[in-house]
Design a protein around this ligand. Structure first.
Ligand SMILES: Nc1ncnc2c1ncn2[C@@H]1O[C@H](COP(=O)(O)OP(=O)(O)OP(=O)(O)O)[C@@H](O)[C@H]1O
Ligand SMILES: [Mg+2]
Length: 380
C-alpha cells in the first residue's frame, strides 16, 4: 500500500499542513519538539484509531482549537481510498471513508496498515504486561478489524462485572443474596464467552508471529541467540476449541470466586494475560543488554511487517520514529535490507547526517519546524 498524502488540520501543533509523499522513503528532519512524532502519530491513528501516546482525543486537538481533522489518501491494489478522522476536544470522534460517515470503527480499520517503531518500543521488553497486551491487540486490530469490536465488548463486560463485584464486597450480608448471585452468574458467562474470543485470537496471532520473529532474531544476532515468544494466558487452554476454552474460564472463575469477592474485582481473564519474551531460556527483561533488547524489538517489528504483509496481501507502512540512530551499523543494515523498497517508510530524525548515503539518495526529505513542513534544502 502507498500513502499518497496526509493532511493535518489543527492536529497537535499543526495548524494546517498537507504532505504529498513522492518516494518510497520519506525522511522527516527537525529539532526536538517540532512535530515529527506528531506526524507519525497521525498515521498511526489512521491505521489503528489509537495513539500510543494518549487515549484522550482532547490531547490531539491543537491548543486553542475545538476540532482537529486528520485525513489521507491511500493507494491499495484495489484502488484509492480517502480516510478521515475528526477529533473534538469534547465529544465523539467521527470517521469517514470516501466521505461517507461510518458508524462502526471496524469499518474504518484495515484501510491503512502500519507498523510503528520508536524508542518507546523498548518497553515491550522492559515494561509491564500491559504494554505487551496492547502491542498484540494493536497487531490483531490491523489483521482482523473485527477484533476491535471483540475487545471492546470484553472490556464492557469486565467493567460491569467489576462494578457488581465491588458492590458485593461492600455489602453487609455474606454470602450475597440470591439475586446478586444470579446476576454474577450471568456476568460469569459473558466473561467466559467474550474472554475466550480474545484469548483464542491472541494465541493464534502469537503462534504465527513467533517463528517469523525467531528467524529474524537469529539472523540479526548472528545465530548466537534463540528467541522464544510464549503466550501465557491467564486462563490456560489446551486446544483452540471455543467450548473448551469457555469451560476453562468458568472453572477458573469458580476457583477464584472467594478471591474475586474479597478483592471486589475480576482476576480471571485476558486482561491479566502475559506474553513472555525469552532469550536463551532466560526472560529477555533480565537477560539483555540494551543492545540485545533492541535486537529483540527490531526482530518483533520486522516480524509484524512480514505477518501483516502475509495476511493482508500488501506491504504495510513502516513508521520509524527516531530509532535509526540508536541502532549500530550492523542492525541498520539488517533493517535496510529487510525493508528494501517494498515497504513505504517514513523516518524521523534530528540529524540527517546519521543516515547512510544509500538512504538519502532515494528518499524524499522534509523538514519540520513548529508544525510547518517544508522540502529540505541542504546547506551548501
Ligand atoms: N494539542 C497540542 N496543541 C499544540 N501543541 C501540541 C499539542 N500536543 C503537542 N503539542 C506540541 O507538539 C510538540 C511535540 O511534538 P513532537 O512530539 O512531534 O516532537 P518531535 O519533533 O517528535 O520531537 P523529539 O525530537 O523531541 O521527539 C511540543 O512542542 C508540544 O508542545
Ligand atoms: Mg519525537
Amino acid at each position: 500500500m502507498y500513502l499518497k498524502s496526509l493532511h493535518l488540520n489543527r492536529f497537535r501543533n499543526y495548524r494546517d499542513r498537507e504532505v504529498q509523499f513522492d518516494a518510497q522513503k520519506t525522511i522527516v528532519v527537525g529539532n526536538n519538539a517540532q512535530g515529527k512524532s506528531n506526524l507519525l502519530e497521525a498515521v498511526e491513528l489512521l491505521a489503528t484509531l489509537k495513539s500510543h501516546r494518549t487515549s484522550r482525543d482532547r490531547d490531539l486537538v491543537r491548543d486553542g482549537d475545538e476540532i482537529a481533522r486528520v485525513s489521507a489518501t491511500v493507494k491499495r491494489s484495489y484502488g484509492e481510498t480517502d480516510m478521515a478522522i475528526t477529533l473534538r476536544k469534547q465529544g465523539r470522534r467521527v470517521v469517514t471513508r470516501n466521505s461517507e460517515n461510518l458508524r462502526r470503527q471496524m469499518d474504518f480499520l484495515g484501510a491503512i496498515n502500519a507498523v510503528q517503531f520508536s524508542s518507546l518500543d523498548l518497553d515491550l521488553v522492559r515494561g509491564s504486561p500491559d504494554t505487551r497486551r496492547s502491542w498484540v491487540d494493536g497487531l490483531l486490530i490491523q489483521l482482523e478489524p473485527v477484533y476491535a469490536y471483540i475487545l471492546q465488548q470484553y472490556n464492557n463486560v469486565l467493567r460491569q462485572r467489576n462494578a457488581l463485584l465491588k458492590k458485593i464486597r461492600n455489602l453487609e450480608e455474606n454470602p450475597p443474596s440470591r439475586e446478586l448471585t444470579a446476576q454474577l452468574a450471568l456476568w460469569d458467562a459473558q466473561l467466559a464467552a467474550h474472554g475466550s474470543r480474545v484469548t483464542r485470537r491472541r494465541a493464534r496471532v502469537l503462534e504465527r508471529l513467533a517463528p517469523i520473529a525467531q528467524s529474524w532474531h537469529q539472523q540479526i544476532s548472528g545465530e548466537t541467540e534463540v528467541l522464544e515468544i510464549k503466550y501465557a494466558p491467564n486462563v490456560a487452554r489446551s486446544q483452540d476449541d471455543p467450548e473448551q476454552v469457555q469451560q476453562a474460564f468458568l472453572e477458573k472463575i469458580q476457583q477464584r470466586r472467594v478471591a474475586e469477592q474479597n478483592l471486589g474485582t475480576t482476576v480471571v481473564g485476558p486482561h491479566r494475560d502475559e506474553v513472555d519474551l525469552i532469550i536463551n531460556h532466560t526472560p529477555a527483561r533480565s537477560y539483555g543488554s540494551q543492545g540485545q533488547q533492541r535486537t529483540l524489538v527490531l526482530a518483533l517489528k520486522l516480524a509484524e511487517l512480514k505477518l501483516i504483509e502475509e495476511v493482508i496481501g500488501e506491504p504495510p507502512l513502516l513508521l520509524l520514529d527516531d530509532v535509526l540512530a540508536e541502532l549500530d551499523p550492523n542492525r541498520q543494515n539488517q533493517l535496510l535490507e529487510a525493508i528494501q523498497d517494498r515497504f513505504q517508510t517514513i523516518i524521523t530524525t534530528t540529524h540527517i547526517h546519521s543516515f547512510d548515503d544509500q538512504w538519502l539518495q532515494n528518499s524524499q526529505i522534509l523538514t519540520v519546524e513548529a508544525g510547518e513542513i517544508h522540502p529540505f534544502v541542504p546547506n551548501i
